[in-house]
Design a protein around this ligand. Structure first.
Ligand code: UN1
Length: 488
């Protein structure tokens, strides 16, 4: 079946109408058109969301969790077709499409539990007969801007948390992946119907390009803008939100490294390297882009990697033995070509698609393109002599998302995780930099934007903190011992 036929049958199965509108979706598998959707109306969406907030914030959090539980059920039931659609529209191999939907299910489970754990602290007051505490209140409408490479999971990380925290959500997906967004919206609609009394406009989808995104970003009724994408996108979004004193959660680019030490288990390392450098055709923000190898093991490892890169199956992502699918589109191919020039190896897997062999590039120094995030499967290899130099290389890039070390030396591993080690939001030992679980906070420092999504206490970004002091005594002592007595 052609991607268009397959997409049409899945969309019918999921109850999505996608054959009208001005926004065209094409499959990276062969470049063919697989559906069309209409662009949304940002002003109308924010208005309804602001209205929905007034009601949703009054629903007890565990009850709000029930909606997310139902969404998780819908996702479980539709896991296969939705994953298939991710493959058709985003080009991910079948296993990664399934993994992406599983990530959505996992965050729903997490958020359901969280709906009973939105804890605040009680704080020791310096005044007698006083109690201090903090509460977490719903924040307001949350705008989720997501990228093509995780077309549905990133929405789920944000939406599941936002909803249990008491906030309506508006989703502006990548214009490269509008159909998967429509499919998720249809599943959400079913969950909302089963839930019963959620306010209208609690969860909205606004399709469109940059201008639509900008209108939403500028709307002061949006309390939080959670944006995933390139650093360039974050540079545009961040200041716009700041200008109106809105809150932004930015999850931007990465230029992630792995240090391979002399004691590393190389068999383990090579598997981690292949998955994190070539997987998802190098189009994860957590993709491994720089390998920092000790000179004593470099020759052996590089030889083995050359073999693996030369043999990894690049092709139609629907075929079960394919490990590397297509790049998202021509512009991604051009980006890779700008760096590699004639060394780029295009593969004629399916005509109309941009398929490339992952590239291994031995770099003399960490400079030029090595410092940039090219959203394609290019792995730069750098050699190091002493451990301090490896750490320095790990950190000397503008981004700070993910990092990894392969070592069996406790001192090196702990140094890497210490305050003087990796400066990234994610630092792993003996696993690659990509493929994080949802339980941890996800995000990074520097030009990665500083935001944290998903697990741990990331939920706090979606709520408003309030400090309360209650006097249950008969006197009015002032803080810091200040005397301010009224003359009798
Ligand atoms: C992204 O590429 O934007 O850790 C997110 C990972 C995935 C999420 C990546 N769980 O690779």
């Amino acid at each position: 079946m052609s991607p268009a036929e397959e997409a049409a049958s899945i969309l019918t199965e999921l109850g999505v109408d996608a054959d009208g509108g001005d926004l065209v979706s094409s499959s990276p598998i062969d470049g063919s058109e697989i559906g069309r959707v209409s662009t949304g109306d940002p002003a109308a969406a924010t208005e309804v969301a602001a209205e929905a907030f007034l009601q949703w914030r009054t629903i007890p959090a565990p009850r709000r969790g029930e909606l997310v539980r139902l969404l998780g059920e819908e996702l479980r039931a539709a896991k296969e077709p939705l994953a298939k659609l991710v493959t058709l529209e985003g080009g991910k191999i079948v296993q990664e499409g399934l993994g992406e939907v599983q990530e959505m299910i996992d965050i729903c489970d997490f958020a359901v539990g969280l709906s009973r754990q939105l804890y605040g602290l009680t704080i020791a007051s310096e005044r007698p007969d006083h109690r201090m505490m903090e509460q977490w209140h719903p924040l307001g409408p949350v705008l989720i801007i997501s990228a093509f490479n995780f077309p549905v999971a990133v929405w789920a990380w944000n939406a599941a948390l936002a909803l249990v925290c008491g906030n309506p959500v508006i989703w502006k997906p990548s214009e490269k992946t509008p159909l998967t967004a429509e499919a998720v919206a249809a599943l959400m609609k079913r969950a909302l119907k089963r839930f019963g009394d959620a306010p209208d406009g609690l969860v909205q989808l606004v399709q469109g390009g940059r201008e639509i995104g900008e209108q939403l970003v500028d709307d002061s009724r949006i309390a939080l803008v959670s944006a995933t994408g390139s650093t360039a996108m974050g540079r545009a979004v961040g200041p716009r939100v700041a200008r109106r004193f809105g809150r932004a959660l930015l999850e931007l680019g990465g230029n992630n490294a792995m240090i391979v030490c002399p004691s590393a288990d190389l068999a383990l390392a090579e598997r981690a390297i292949l998955f994190s450098a070539a997987g998802t055709a190098g189009q994860r923000c957590t993709t491994l882009r720089r390998l920092i190898v000790h000179e004593s093991v470099a020759e052996q490892l590089v030889a083995r990697l050359k073999q693996l890169f030369a043999n990894v199956k690049v092709g139609d992502p629907r075929e079960p033995d394919t490990l590397v699918g297509p790049l998202i589109d021509e512009s991604a191919f051009d980006g890779m070509k700008r760096v590699l020039g004639d060394r780029i190896e295009r593969i004629e897997a399916v005509s109309g698609g941009y398929y490339v062999r992952p590239a291994l590039v031995e770099a003399e120094a960490q400079a030029g393109a090595v410092l940039q995030e090219t959203f394609a499967p290019i792995l730069y290899v750098l050699r190091y002599r002493d451990f301090g130099e490896a750490l320095r290389l790990n950190n000397e890039v503008p981004h700070g998302l993910s990092s990894a070390i392969f070592t069996n030396n406790l001192r090196e591993a702990e140094r890497f995780l210490s305050a003087t080690g990796s400066d990234c939001g994610i630092a792993n030992v003996n696993i690659g930099p990509s493929g994080a679980e949802i339980g941890g906070a996800f995000g990074g420092e520097k030009e990665t934007g500083g935001g944290r999504e998903s697990g741990s206490d990331s939920w706090r970004a979606y709520m408003r903190r309030q400090t309360n002091t209650v006097n249950y005594g008969t006197d009015l002592p002032l803080a810091q011992g200040i005397r301010f007595d009224i003359a009798p």
